[in-house]
Design a protein around this ligand. Sequence first.
Ligand SMILES: C[S@@+](CC[C@H](N)C(=O)[O-])C[C@H]1O[C@@H](n2cnc3c(N)ncnc32)[C@H](O)[C@@H]1O
Length: 449
Amino acid sequence: MAIDLPREIALKTIYDINEKGAYSNIALNKQLESNTLKDVDRAFITELVYGTIKWKLSIDYVISSFSSTKLKKISPWILNVLRIGVYQILYMDRIPESAACNESVKLAKKYGHAASSGFVNGVLRNIARKKESITYPDKQKDPTQYLSVKYSHPDWMVKEWISAFGFDFTEDLLISNNEVPDFTIRVNTLRTSKEELIANLSENGVQAEAGKAVEEALILKNPGSFLKLDSYKMGHFQVQDESSMLSAKILDPKPGDLVVDVCSAPGGKTTHMAQLMKNKGQIIARDIHEHKIDLINEAAERLCISIIKAEVYDATMVDDSLLEKADRVLVDAPCTGYGIIRKKPDIKWARTMSDIKEITDLQLKILNAASKYVKPGGFIVYSTCTIGKEENRDLVERFLAVNKDFSYEEFGELLPDVLKEYSRNGYIELYPNINKIDGFFIAKMRKRG
Ligand SMILES: C[S@@+](CC[C@H](N)C(=O)[O-])C[C@H]1O[C@@H](n2cnc3c(N)ncnc32)[C@H](O)[C@@H]1O
């Protein structure tokens, strides 16, 4: 009775994420890189990992309805075996229930003690048999619990969003957060054109179509192992969501500018800005984490960009050598990341409500320090990949209340046509349920000349 390798790899990855706090993308890449696997197995593992993490709360609700042992009393390995099993039974049409149960039982034998496999077998077969009769919390009696369990989001998060956006918007948002996002790339126009890249990808069996909004965006329908593509290795594209591309578009750097990007790693927006600057001028690209500086340099080298100077620097500290020197400054701040839950579902479980105070203090400190580098008449863009006003609109308002020499700068003309209507006189809020791209906030301000 050999264990199915893809399921075992998925189990180990999920264990690392749930029990050791590993980031989903990093934990998964580590496992995929250290095992030789066929594309079909890689895809299966990826789906199992992301699916199980995404639906964790709903899955746990079902397990606790069917298990006589409380969740807290189940050993972490066995609980994660059950989670993967339930995910296959409830959320994957193409997996026979018998395979989901049998393979989970084998894993339980290896990762548990003698009684574990019988327990897993009993719980999973029961769920498979009675899945049509599972009941969820009542929508009228407890709308928060209903949304939380139905769409697998923490109840405190659902509560916050209902009070900020209302019930219907929140339900739509939760549905979108559970969808698989487009795989979007940015054409590196320094190296190729959109048409050339589409043709090249097609020759290599990858189908690409125009992005939803941004001119240089393409959506890959079957990216597979894109890292192996020559066009990737030769720097003809960068993987990046369209929302993220908008930060550079809105900052609108020109060839010859001096740009300071204070939170730059891994360099998605920095390299986009270099592209918009036609690789002329200079970008000082900073990040607090030394190991991440390599990522910026690697991206710049692959994309054939020479104007980026990457360095370690804590953005909360003011660097006197740059005072009023920069034409444009980008603050792509560290944030809670609630706009990218589609891509990193573990964000839902890693955060707590109390994170907000600490993160907004950091964001304001960074924005204050970075604003000192803007020359009179220059511009600063503040962006986050999160939704919720504390880290976004409120934060910019707090900054503007004190820094009277800055004011919102309208940027509607810089937006793609389909997004112009969302421009709000100096800022834009994007949501996956409305715009079908990552949730983002981008504000632009000008320093009085
Ligand atoms: C949202 S990410 C930046 C993404 C990047 N702009 C891109 O487009 O690829 C935020 C970054 O801020 C960095 N960071 C966090 N605290 C910082 C600080 N005090 N100073 C500088 N960078 C910081 C993180 O390491 C992280 O790489």
